[in-house]
Design a protein around this ligand. Structure first.
Ligand code: TXA
Ligand code: MG
Length: 365
C-alpha cells in the first residue's frame, strides 16, 4: 500500500464532491453533455465515460496533474500505466514513434480494428507525460468506437488517458451504476450511456519484430479481438507464456495476477474435481446453466447464474461476466462465488484470463 501516491501525497485529501450522473441517448449527439464533459476535462477534471468495452475514467492525457488525480481516485499504484485514447488515426505520430519496420503492420491492424477494442503499445513521443506511462518509454493507445466518447474526444484538443473506472483491483464497470457504486463523490460527472456492448477490456497488443525480422504481435492482455482474428494478419504470441513471473512483470506492467476481484471469495473451478465447499451460501456462475457440464449438480448452490443461458454464446457471456460478478458480490444472500470454466478459444481466452485473475489468492485491496 505504501507504494501508492508516494509522489501525489498532496492529492490524498481531495475534497468530496457532488457527482452528477447524466443519461445520454447514443442515437442523438447529446450536445450539452459533450460540452460539459469537455469543459471539465479541459479544466483538469475527471469524467467517467462510456466505451464499447468498459466505462473509463478520463483525464486530459497531456496534463500531468489531471492524470495524477486518476491514480488518486482509483487508488491505483503509480507503476501501472494508463491507456491513451485518441480521436483519429492521423494523430498517432504525434504521440507514438512507430518504428518504420512495424509501420505496415500497424497500418493493417488499425485499419482493421480501429475504432474498436484494440490497444497498441508503441514507443512514446516525449509529449506524453511520464506519469501516464509510469516512466516506460512506450505508451498504450486506442481509438474507441463509442459514439459519445468519440463526440467528446473529437471536441477536445488533447487525447484522453482513461483506465477502467473502478477502484484499483476491483471489477471493471460495464454500467454507469457500477461506476457510481465505487466513485460517487470522487468525480464530477458520470455519463450514463447504458451497458457496454463488449463487456471486457480491450485486447492489448505489442507489435514487435520476430527473430527473422518479421513483424508480429504479442498479446499483453486477451480481450474482444481474439488471437484467431489476429492470426490472419501476422504471427501472434501470448505474453508470459514460457516465461518466469519476473519477466512477465516487465512484459506487461500492470497485468498483476490478482485483478478484477470481487470482495467475496471467488473460486474458478478448472475442473469439477477442484470443488471444495467453503462455509456458507455458495453461488455458481455457470456458462450455459447446463448440468451436463458437471458443475451445476456439484453442490446445492444457493444460486446458479448462467452467463449465456441455454445458448452458450461466448460473446453474450463476455458482455455479462463483470455485471454478474458484481451482482453476486453485492448480494447479501451469497457468501462465496464459484465459476465454471469456459473453452479457451476465441473470446474464451479473455473470459478465462479475467476469471483466473479474479480467483487469484493474493487479492489486491
Ligand atoms: O478497454 C479498455 O482498454 C479500457 C477502456 C476504458 O478503454 N481501459 C482499460 O484500462 O482497461 P486499464 O487501465 O484498466 O488497463 C490498462 C492496462 C494496464 O493495466 C497496463 O497493463 C496496460 O494497460 N498498459 C498501459 N500502458 C502500457 C505500456 N506502455 N506497456 C504495457 N502495458 C501497458
Ligand atoms: Mg482496469
Amino acid at each position: 500500500m505504501h507504494l501508492y501516491f508516494k509522489s501525489f501525497g498532496w492529492l490524498a485529501m481531495l475534497p468530496r464532491m457532488q457527482t452528477r450522473v447524466v443519461d445520454v441517448d447514443t442515437m442523438d449527439d447529446s450536445k450539452q453533455v459533450v460540452k460539459d464533459a469537455v469543459a471539465i476535462l479541459a479544466g483538469g477534471g475527471l469524467v467517467a465515460v462510456p466505451t464499447e468495452t468498459v466505462y473509463g475514467l478520463a483525464a486530459n492525457a497531456l496534463n500531468a496533474e489531471a492524470v495524477a488525480k486518476v491514480f488518486e481516485v482509483k487508488k491505483r499504484p503509480a507503476f501501472d500505466p494508463l491507456i491513451v485514447h485518441l480521436s483519429t488515426y492521423r494523430d498517432l505520430p504525434k504521440y507514438c514513434a512507430v518504428p518504420q519496420e512495424l509501420q505496415q503492420l500497424v497500418d493493417t491492424l488499425t485499419r482493421q480494428f480501429w475504432p474498436g477494442p484494440m490497444t497498441l503499445v508503441l514507443p512514446k513521443q516525449p509529449i506524453i507525460p511520464d506519469i501516464v506511462t509510469s516512466g516506460l518509454d512506450s505508451v498504450a493507445v486506442r481509438i474507441s468506437s463509442h459514439p459519445t466518447l468519440r463526440a467528446i474526444i473529437t471536441a477536445c484538443e488533447f487525447p484522453l488517458a482513461a483506465p477502467s473506472a473502478n477502484l484499483f483491483g476491483r471489477i471493471s464497470p460495464t454500467s454507469a451504476r457500477a461506476v457510481q457504486s465505487e466513485l460517487d463523490g470522487a468525480i464530477e460527472l458520470i455519463i450514463n450511456a447504458g451497458a457496454c456492448s463488449e463487456g471486457l477490456e480491450s485486447t492489448i497488443l505489442r507489435p514487435y519484430l520476430d527473430a527473422n525480422g518479421q513483424p508480429a504481435v504479442e498479446i499483453l492482455r486477451a480481450g474482444p479481438i481474439t488471437r484467431e482474428q489476429l492470426k490472419k494478419f501476422c504471427k501472434v504470441r501470448i505474453a508470459g507464456k514460457n516465461k518466469k513471473n519476473a519477466d512477465r512483470s516487465v512484459q506487461a506492467p500492470g497485468q498483476l495476477e490478482s485483478h478484477y476481484a470481487p470482495k467475496k471469495p471467488f473460486i474458478l473451478l478448472e475442473s469439477p474435481e477442484d470443488f471444495k465447499a467453503l462455509e456458507g451460501r455458495l453461488a455458481l456462475i455457470s456458462f450455459e446453466g447446463d448440468p451436463e457440464a458437471g458443475y451445476v449438480e456439484l453442490h446445492p448452490w444457493s444460486q446458479v447464474v448462467a452467463l449465456s443461458p441455454g445458448s452458450g454464446r461466448m460473446a453474450e457471456a463476455a458482455v455479462r461476466l463483470f455485471a454478474v460478478m458484481r451482482q453476486l458480490d453485492e448480494d447479501p444472500s451469497v457468501d462465496a462465488i464459484y465459476a465454471e470454466p469456459v473453452r479457451e478459444i476465441g473470446l474464451g481466452m479473455a473470459l478465462m484470463d479475467r476469471m483466473r485473475r479474479a480467483s487469484h489468492p493474493n487479492k489486491q485491496a
